[in-house]
Design a protein around this ligand. Sequence first.
Ligand SMILES: [Zn+2]
Length: 543
Amino acid sequence: MVELIIHNARIRTMTAASDAAIVADTAVAVAGGMIHAVGGDAEILSHARDETRIVDAAGATLTPGLIDSHCHPVLGCSATVGIDFGGMVDLESVRAAIAEEASRLGAGEWILGWNLDYKAFETAGIRGDHFDGVTGGRPLAVRFFDMHTGLANSVAMERSGVDGTETFADASEVVVDEDGTPTGELREIPAYSLVFDAVPQGPAEELAGTVQTKLLEMAASGVTGATIMDGDRKTLTTLQALEELPGGLPVRLQVALWHHPGDDDSAVAQRIALLSSSGRRFRVSMIKMFIDGVIDGGTAWLHQPDTHGESAEPFWPSVDRYAEVAEAYHRAGFQLATHSCGDAGVAHVTEVYSRLDPSAGSGAPHRIEHLETMTDHDVDSLVEADVVASMQPLHMQWREAQGTDPWAARLGEERASRAWRVKDVLTAGGRIALGSDWPVAESDARIGLAWARLRRRPGHPESPVFEPAQRLTGVEALLGYTRWAAEALGRDDLGTITPGSQADLALWAADPVETDPDELIATPVLLTTVAGEIIHQTQEVTS
Ligand SMILES: [Zn+2]
């Protein structure tokens, strides 16, 4: 039975033959959650039955639904509570925001926050005691925007039992003064989790409800699918709880299970047992690992140390162990997704991937996440090994014109100019997939599309353009969020408008390919469907 017809549309199928073209067809019929037929209005409307929902697109542009290739909706919803420090680049404004939050809270309540900028600490250093005068004796635990560094005060340390003697199986660190007292800086997730784990949690349904709201917000920007990059049992429990809620899980989620460097073989076996665990709209299919940290924090893995003499080592104490578990997960049928911001990390992961026996895996390509700076040789090796570059050009939003930002200052001019080489990967014949990394950056896919095309702040033509030669065309940017993102999942039933593929669709008030990217960020998405079910709809569309 045809349950949905969308007619009177301009259709971008994003199939290979017609990437750049609007096809002659103007209507789509959906049956059983799949695209049943694509054709002219009269032909498709003849499929209508009494129960068929009919949407008149009134000339709007229909594209495949967008796939955010890298995000953290569950972790992000539990992490983005408290103060949003976005835009605060000096210590005074951070202190004022903490003082204001403290005045709202009861005695002894946790002061939480996220989206801190490293720039605010450039001269004073990252320390918890900067805020001792304004917390009123409350515990303080906040995260930096990239989610790789935490900051806590002495009260939070005491509540969580962190005393500076902690050791980690990876390069995580509770940073201490010369006398061994923690400074408050907590480098990498295993270190800051020790403190955040002590923060009281609400019930699973509460978090599930917040995640549902977040995913619906993403759907309002055309998103119909995403990859969760930090999965564990809590993620799966939350998604199960979400599917039980009224309205259920709105978008399609692929879950990557997170392997930590210190995890032993029994942990590997437990994850392998979870492969293909699924719900109605989520599925475990990937393993996420980190080969390094972040350039701004001095924890990336670069061919040569950064200008502070840091970022010269991998995150793993033994890269042989990384190769060993990569092999085990590959043979089990997982796709691999390894975080690497630095060029040496990209080179190493590419080499490890290229040694894996292709006939033993799932057939889906392996991926590297972020790839913020690469040499020409790294690009060539990556492309030759057919590894997907899963990139987020909107992460350039923290850069500054003269290279004065912490990211560029640590890299130096030459390496900073080899940034987010999306176009070079494509030109060399490689694969890219685009995403937001929310809550690191905005989850609104229109902002991600605009950054990929402009490489500057959308809506601000006066702002600096970073590496203009790497700008993508409108079609390339949309492919990065649709067909290429689907291919990066090994899925040929997503990312295009083709009979037999999933009816995950987005209807745009103006063509997302042709619209000026500065205007695209405010272009309404009128309707979004997942498996033919309308999950977002504005009043402009009647059905
Ligand atoms: Zn991430």
